[in-house]
Design a protein around this ligand. Structure first.
Ligand code: FES
Length: 234
């Protein structure tokens, strides 16, 4: 990590700890980017948290131009919880934000074999209704090999072969304008493995090398249905 990124990480971590002293008790996994990025619609207007539709899967790219993230407004508030990794490390997932503390975001790259939403297809999706594989609602399901994650509890694995939770996108909500910002990544994000595995596809989708560009000012939020041609449910 270069000095600039390290300073940014320390600044973000200090702010998080100030907001939630329980974070001092955790061993936080690395964050690759802590740029504060406004979430906007395709016209460049800020996304309003209260305007997000419950049950919809929204998609934006952060912290790099080619790394997809899900944005979801859950049907009820999500409180903080501890997420434990296979090696024993723990993070305190901060829970939902927004007027009803129900807006959450996760890196949309499956920790099993890195399935992700591309423009042509997506095997990974949020299900507000009942997923056949999960036999429950309000889950993120990867239909590649049936891993199921709980977006109400830090993206923890509840079924399937995924070895650990989805990485979290830290969100900030500005109550005065009801705007949302992405402020960092928490957890095991696998971006290096993802870039290596899908370099050809990412070059084709975003332009040569563009997928590695850091997102700095704003990130466009679309529905997954708008972004991807074929969405697989299971
Ligand atoms: S890639 Fe998601 S379950 Fe295998």
């Amino acid at each position: 990590m270069d000095r600039r990124k390290f300073v940014k990480l320390c600044t973000a971590t200090a702010a998080l700890v100030a907001a939630n002293p329980r974070l001092l008790a955790q061993t936080q996994t690395a964050s690759t980017n802590t740029a504060r990025v406004k979430l906007v619609d395709s016209s460049g207007q800020p996304i309003r948290a209260s305007g997000l539709k419950q049950g919809e899967t929204y998609l934006f790219h952060y912290p790099f131009a080619g790394t997809p993230c899900f944005l979801v407004r859950l049907p009820k508030p999500a409180g903080d919880t501890t997420v434990t990794y296979p090696d024993g490390r723990e993070i305190i997932w901060p829970g939902g934000v927004g007027p009803d503390a129900s807006v959450v975001a996760f890196v949309a790259i499956c920790p099993h074999q890195l399935s992700y939403p591309s423009k042509s297809k997506s095997f990974i999706n949020y299900r507000a209704d009942t997923s056949e594989v999960a036999a429950r609602s309000n889950v993120i399901v990867c239909c590649a090999h049936h891993s199921v994650f709980d977006p109400t509890a830090g993206g923890k694995v509840v079924a399937g072969p995924a070895p650990h939770a989805l990485a979290t996108i830290l969100l900030q909500h500005d109550p005065s304008g009801d705007e949302l910002h992405a402020t960092g990544v928490m957890g095991i994000e696998l971006f290096g493995d993802f870039f290596k595995a899908y370099r050809k596809e990412l070059n084709e989708e975003f332009g040569r090398g563009q997928y590695k560009q850091e997102v700095t000012d704003s990130a466009v939020v679309r529905t997954l249905a708008e972004y991807t041609s074929e969405k697989f449910n299971c």
